[in-house]
Design a binder for this molecule. Structure first.
Ligand code: ADP
Ligand code: MG
Length: 306
């Protein structure tokens, strides 16, 4: 059984704007899945349909094998959703919010209290448990929304841009938390336009652009499809000008640094051989660009071409 299956999913908003133009998507149980796309691509619309905040205008959607049209309530009970916009009752305390949410799912009060405290602790919110939520920072509110989405321990956690506007340290905390949750078996789907986030966390990825899926594959496969990659080469000894190589065109960034583009079919050995022949000693080599970002540009510019 798949965690999520979307077939020809469509959404045309009142007014005629087609935000989703026939999405086919399968997410396996236990997966860590990224839905990557620029602003306006349709990510939140898709998640809105899953969480039944948005009514689809075509296609089918199943969650843990349950069709949302026939079995909406049961289907929804398998989902925890962390929306893009804050939608917390800011006059309640974090602990109250979690306990109320547990109430919606019919959890006994004792279990609710234990779980609330567990998730507050795991997300670093214990010392804010009893203050009004309006006093929390943006990052804390985001973590509280994650705790709230998990209170009924759903099989699938969906996060819509979970780390937008969250600083690096907190982002890492959230990443570690999600990684551990996934390791324990929860299927995780997140949307992001932080490419690094998708690359670091996710096993599978779909790229959505203007309401259509333009790529859907393993993260590894997708990264392998990249045409070329630019490397920064740190040199052991300074050089004055860029070396003339047969198969590569390095640029001298400074006396200790070269930048070299390597095409996918070109072996790295060839690069080292040529540098060695020129008596250039390499101290270190690293990737210049985020490969996913490069790939995304490639895919979307091709799509845009007539
Ligand atoms: P994303 O989350 O990828 O940024 P959205 O799903 O929020 O994209 O939006 C997709 C497109 O649908 C955008 O062009 C947006 O303006 C449009 N849209 C979103 N919500 C509505 C709505 N309620 N009415 C009309 N158009 C909408
Ligand atoms: Mg969105």
């Amino acid at each position: 059984m798949l965690a999520i299956e979307l077939t020809n999913l469509q959404k045309t908003y009142a007014g005629g704007f087609a935000a989703l133009k026939g999405i086919d998507l399968k997410v396996a149980q236990g997966d860590f899945f990224a839905l990557l796309g620029p602003n306006g691509a349709g990510k939140s619309t898709l998640i809105g349909i899953l969480s039944s905040l948005v009514l689809k205008t075509g296609g089918t959607c199943t969650i843990m094998g349950l069709d949302i049209d026939r079995d909406g309530a049961r289907a929804k009970s398998h989902l925890g959703i962390v929306p893009q916009e804050f939608n917390l009752n800011i006059f309640e305390t974090p602990r109250q919010i979690l306990i109320h949410q547990a109430g919606y799912y019919g959890l006994p009060a004792k279990i609710a209290a234990v779980r609330a405290d567990k998730y507050l602790a795991e997300l670093g919110l214990t010392d804010k448990a009893h203050v009004q939520t309006r006093m929390l920072s943006g990052g804390m509110k985001r973590r509280l929304m994650i705790a709230r989405a998990l209170i009924h321990q759903p099989a699938i956690l969906i996060l819509d841009e979970p780390t937008a506007g969250v600083d690096i340290e907190l982002r890492k905390l959230i990443w570690n938390f999600l990684t551990e949750l996934n390791r324990q078996g929860t299927t995780i789907i997140l949307t992001t336009h932080y490419l690094e986030e998708a690359e670091n966390l996710c096993r599978h990825i779909a790229i959505i652009d203007r309401g259509l899926i333009i790529a859907h594959t393993q993260m590894k496969t997708l990264l392998n499809r990249l045409g070329q990659q630019t490397y920064i080469v740190d040199l052991s000894k300074p050089i004055k000008k860029s070396p003339q190589l047969k198969h590569f065109a390095p640029t001298l960034v400074d006396a200790h640094t070269l930048e070299i583009a390597v095409k996918r079919h070109q072996p790295m050995n060839a690069l080292f051989a040529e540098l060695t022949a020129k008596r250039i000693a390499v101290a270190n080599i690293r990737e210049k660009t985020n490969r996913l970002e490069q790939l995304f540009l490639e895919l979307t510019t091709k799509e845009a071409a007539p």
